[in-house]
Design a protein around this ligand. Sequence first.
Ligand SMILES: Cc1cc2nc3c(=O)[nH]c(=O)nc-3n(C[C@H](O)[C@H](O)[C@H](O)COP(=O)(O)OP(=O)(O)OC[C@H]3O[C@@H](n4cnc5c(N)ncnc54)[C@H](O)[C@@H]3O)c2cc1C
Length: 407
Amino acid sequence: MKYDVIVVGGGASGMFASILCAKAGKKVLVLEHKNQLGKKLLATGNGKCNYTNMHMETACFYSANEAFVAEALGQFSSRDTVEYMKNMGIYPKEKNGYVYPFSEQASAVQQVLEMEMKKWQVEVVYTHVKKIEKKEMFCVKTDQAAFCGKQVILATGGKSNEKLGADGSGYALAKQMGHRIIKPVPALIGLHCEGDWFASMAGVRMQASVGICIEDKTHIAAQETGELQLTAYGISGIPVFQVSRVAARTLAEHKKVYALIDYMPAFTQDALLTELQARFMREGQTAQEVLVGLLPMKCIPVFLGISGIKANKLATKVNPQQVQQLLGNLKKKWLVITDTNGFAQAQVTAGGVDLEEVEGATMESKLVEGLYFIGEILDVDGICGGYNLQWCWTTAFIAGEAISKKK
Ligand SMILES: Cc1cc2nc3c(=O)[nH]c(=O)nc-3n(C[C@H](O)[C@H](O)[C@H](O)COP(=O)(O)OP(=O)(O)OC[C@H]3O[C@@H](n4cnc5c(N)ncnc54)[C@H](O)[C@@H]3O)c2cc1C
C-alpha cells in the first residue's frame, strides 16, 4: 500500500498532524505500537488534560535554539489551539491561564481527535515500527508489514513513561536516517536527595521555594515556589518538576547538583526568627510542643533533630544558637541531589532530535527530504502547565501545513 503520508506514533502530535494532512486531501496512515491511540493523552493533567496555556512564552520552554521555538509558536500558539479544539468540540475551561476541556476529561480530547481521524479517513495500523528506509519513497518496516509513503512524520514522543507508549525507539529511527540525538534525560520529575531523613516525612505537602545550584552553590540556575511534596526518596511536586530538568541535565554531565530549600517562604528570615524566639520562650512546653501549629507534625522531630535539638527538651532551655540553626534549616536548607526518579515516572523527556538539523518553518529534516519531526521527539521541553502539549499541536500544525502544500 502506498500513502502520501505515514505518521509514526499515534499520540497527541501524531493524531493532530494526521487530521491536518488528511483534511488537505492526503492519504494518511498512522502506525501505533500500543493497542490504543493517545494513551499518554489520557493520563495528562491528572486525567483532565491541561492542553494549553494562555500565557505562552518561549521562556516556558527549554531548548538549545530559542529562535526555533519562537518561530514555531509564532505560527500556531495557544489561541489557535483553543480555536481548533473548539471546532472539534472541546469547549475550553481556563483556570489562571491553564486550559482544560470543559468536561475536565482527558478522554474527551483523545476521543475528538480519534473521531476527526475517522471523519477524514485516516487509516490506523497497530504495529511497532522497526526501520525506515528511503529510496524514491520511504519504506516503513513494522512487525507486521512494510508500508510505502511519500512523506514520513516521526511523532514517537520521547522515552518518558514507557508504559504509555513512548519507549525511545523513535530516537533509533531518527538515527537510522542520519539525525543527531541530544542525550535524553527525564524532566518534570521528582529528585532523589542524600540523607535518610526524608522517609519519616513522606507524604507531607507544604509551600516551599526550591532552587537548583550547580557545582559551587553560588548561582541559582532555576527556582520555583509552590507545593513541595516530601517523599521517601527526596522531593517532588510542581516546584520540583519545574526545576528538575536543570538538575537532570547537570547530573547527566556528572556535575554536582544541590537544591536550596526554603520551607517557609511566607516568612522573611527576620519574621521567622521573631516567631521562633517567641515560641521558644514559652514556659513549661517542650521544643516539640512549641512548634505545633507552625510546622507539619511529621516534620517537627526531623527539623529539631537536624538542628541538634532534643524534641523533649524544655523550650526555654534550648540555646539561641540552636534556634538559629533551626531557622537556617527551615529557610536555607541545602540538599545534595543524587538522582532523578527516572524515565518511568517522568512526564516529559528533555533532549531528542537536534534542532540544528530540522527546518523551523516546516519541521522537515534538513538531511532527508520528506521526513518530519513533531512533538516530544524534538529537543524541546516545556515546563508544567500545558506547554508540552502546545508544543505537540504547534509542531503538528506546522508539519501538516507544509505537507498539505506538497504535491
Ligand atoms: C502523566 C503525564 C501527565 C502529563 N500531563 C500533561 C499536561 O497536562 N499538559 C501537557 O502539556 N503535557 C502533559 N504531559 C506531557 C505530554 O503528555 C507529552 O509531552 C505529549 O503527550 C507528547 O506527545 P507526542 O505526540 O510527542 O508523544 P506521545 O504522546 O508519547 O505519543 C507517541 C506515540 O508514538 C507511539 N510510538 C512510539 N514509538 C513507536 C514505534 N517505534 N512504532 C509505533 N508507535 C510508536 C507511542 O506508543 C505513542 O502512542 C504529561 C505527561 C505525562 C506522562
